[in-house]
Design a protein around this ligand. Structure first.
Ligand code: SF4
Length: 478
C-alpha cells in the first residue's frame, strides 16, 4: 500500500496492573486507536500505543468501551478528510451517551488532518479534546494532562527528534504485532509535487540516526520479527547520520540491517525515481535479504503531465531506471502509484499512462482520481477535469493494472517459491504467509510452524491469494 491511501487498519489488546500498598487490583484505562492511511500512520499508531501503555492504557478494539479514543488521520484526499469528520460526529454522540452514564471519554485527533487543520477541527467538532500533529505525538502524556483543564492543539514541527522520546515497545507488544514490522527511518519530503500535501503535513525530509534505527530493529528481531520494511515518505532519500558521523544512504543502512540476526527479509517504501542511487540498485543484486519487490511511484506516463506535477523526471527516465534495476535483479517485481485526471490531462496523455503500465507490466499498483488538496499548486489550476471524465479514466486504468496483477500471480503457478509463514490460514490445517514479492499464500500446513520460511510449490492463483503445497527441502530438486 503506498504511503498515502486512506484505509483503516486492525487493532490489538494489552493489560496493565496497578498496585496500592500490598493490595493488587486491575485499574484499566482503555484506549481505542484507529489509524487511517499509510504504513507510517500504522507505525505512528503503534508508537502512540506504546507511549500510552506506559501511562496505564490498554488498547481496546472498539471505541464503545474506551476512555480515550484516538483517530490517527490521513489527509491525502478530500474523501479521507471527510471520513474523519463523519467519524467524529459518531464519537461525539458516544461521548455524550457515556457522559450520561457517568463515564468520561476523551477524543484525540492525530496524524496529517490534525497537522493540516489544527484548531479548525475543534471549531467544527467541539467534542475533540486534543489535536496533535505527527511530529508532536511524543508529547501525548503531557498534552493529555493539559487537556484535562482546557482543549489543546499541538501541531508544532519541533526541532527535537520525537523518536528519541518514544519508549521502546515491550517484547510482548512486538510479538503480538506479528513477524513483519514497519520501521520509520525517514520522514517528510522536499519534493513538493504539485498535487501533494505531504511536505506541508509531514514537514521537511528528516532521516533518523543509523544507531537509533539499528537498535530498534535489533529489539524487533529479538522479539521474533523477521520481515522488516523501512519506511519514509521518500525513503530512498535517506541520509541518516552514521556512527562515523557521515551520512549513510539507504543502501548502506539496509546492508547493516541485513547483518542483524533474525532479519530474514528487508523491504523499503515509498521511493522516488530521482533518489534511486546506484548503490541501492546494486544492493538489489548483492544483498540477499533485500526482497525483489520495489514500490516505485511514477504517477503518469506523459512528460507534459509529469512536468506539471513537478515530478522532476520524464517517462523515458523512468523506463531507463527500470531497465537498470531489472538488469541488476532480473526477478524483481515493480509496483507503482498513478494519479489520473490531473488538471489539463488530455485523452492522449492518459493513453501514455496506459501505455507505460502495459510496457512495464507492474505486479501491482495503486491508482487514484486526482483530488485537489488545499494549499497545493495544482488545486489552484483553472483546467480541472470533469469528474465523469476522471472516473472513466480511473476505471480503465484500474482494469489494466488488475490485468497485469493477475498475469503476475498466474505466472507463479508451477513455480517453487520461499514463503515466510506468518499466521494460521483461512481453513483448519492451513498456514498463511508471503512470498518475496509480497503475495499472500495459503498452504496446506503439513508439519510446518509459523515463523518458518518454507519452499512452496504454487498450485493455483486465486483473485487475491496464491495456493500451494509445502515441499520438504529435499524435494526442491524434484
Ligand atoms: S515525493 Fe511527491 S508525492 Fe511523494 S510525498 Fe513527496 S511531494 Fe508527495
Amino acid at each position: 500500500m503506498p504511503l498515502c491511501a486512506g484505509q483503516p487498519f486492525p487493532r490489538r489488546a494489552i493489560r496493565v496492573k496497578e498496585t496500592v500498598g500490598s493490595v493488587q487490583f486491575a485499574a484499566m484505562k482503555t484506549v481505542h486507536i484507529k489509524s487511517f492511511g499509510c504504513q507510517m500512520n500504522v507505525y505512528d499508531g503503534q508508537r502512540m500505543a506504546d507511549l500510552l501503555s506506559e501511562q496505564g492504557y490498554s488498547e481496546t478494539p472498539t471505541p464503545e468501551g474506551a476512555d480515550l479514543i484516538l483517530l490517527n488521520t490521513c489527509h491525502i484526499r478530500a474523501r479521507a478528510v471527510q471520513k474523519v469528520y463523519t467519524e467524529l460526529g459518531k464519537l461525539r454522540d458516544l461521548k455524550t451517551s457515556r457522559k450520561a452514564a457517568g463515564q468520561d471519554t476523551r477524543i484525540v485527533v492525530a496524524g496529517c488532518v490534525a497537522q493540516a487543520e489544527g484548531a479548525e477541527i475543534q471549531r467544527r467538532q467541539p467534542a475533540v479534546d486534543l489535536v496533535v500533529g505527527p511530529q508532536a505525538y511524543h508529547r501525548l502524556p503531557a498534552l493529555l494532562e493539559e487537556a484535562r483543564r482546557r482543549r489543546v492543539v499541538d501541531t508544532d514541527l519541533p526541532v527535537d527528534d520525537k523518536f528519541g522520546h518514544l519508549p521502546a515497545p515491550k517484547p510482548a507488544a512486538i510479538a503480538a504485532r506479528g513477524l513483519s514490522a514497519f520501521v520509520t527511518v525517514q520522514e517528510g519530503c522536499d519534493k513538493f509535487c504539485a498535487f501533494c500535501v505531504v511536505p506541508y503535513t509531514r514537514g521537511a525530509e528528516f532521516s533518523r540516526p543509523v544507531v537509533q534505527v539499528l537498535a530498534e530493529i535489533e529489539r524487533l528481531a529479538r522479539a521474533g520479527v523477521q520481515d522488516v520494511t523501512l519506511i519514509g515518505q521518500n525513503v530512498n532519500a535517506y541520509h541518516g547520520e552514521g556512527p562515523d558521523g557521515g551520512a549513510w544512504s539507504l543502501a548502506r543502512l539496509a546492508g547493516a540491517v541485513g547483518g542483524i540476526e533474525g532479519v530474514r527479509r528487508i523491504r523499503y517504501t515509498t521511493s522516488h525515481p530521482r533518489d534511486m542511487g546506484e548503490d541501492l540498485i546494486a544492493a538489489h543484486r548483492d544483498l540477499p535479504q533485500l526482497m525483489p519487490f520495489l514500490h516505485l511511484p511514477v504517477q503518469a506516463g506523459s512528460d507534459r503531465i509529469l512536468t506539471a506535477m513537478n515530478r522532476g523526471h520524464s517517462a523515458e527516465d523512468y523506463r531507463r531506471l527500470v531497465a537498470r534495476i531489472r538488469a541488476a535483479r532480473p526477478d524483481i517485481a515493480l509496483s507503482s502509484d498513478f494519479i489520473v485526471g490531473f488538471p489539463g490531462e488530455s485523452e492522449a496523455e492518459f493513453e501514455e499512462t496506459i501505455a507505460l503500465v502495459d510496457e512495464i507490466g507492474f505486479a501491482s499498483s495503486y491508482s487514484f482520481a486526482y483530488s485537489p488538496r488545499p494549499g497545493t499548486p495544482a488545486a489552484e489550476r483553472k483546467d480541472q477535469l470533469a469528474p465523469e471524465i476522471v472516473s472513466a479514466r480511473l476505471h480503465r486504468l484500474q482494469a489494466r493494472i488488475e490485468h497485469h496483477r493477475q498475469a503476475f500471480n498466474h505466472a507463479m503457478v508451477g513455480r517453487v517459491v520461499e514463503v515466510l509463514l506468518e499466521r494460521a490460514g483461512r481453513h483448519p490445517g492451513q498456514l498463511a504467509g508471503r512470498t518475496p514479492w509480497l503475495q499472500a499464500v495459503q498452504i496446506e500446513g503439513g508439519a510446518h510452524r509459523i515463523g518458518e520460511c518454507v519452499p512452496v510449490r504454487i498450485e493455483r492463483a486465486g483473485s487475491n491469494s496464491l495456493f500451494g503445497r509445502s515441499l520438504r527441502a529435499g524435494d526442491l530438486a524434484a
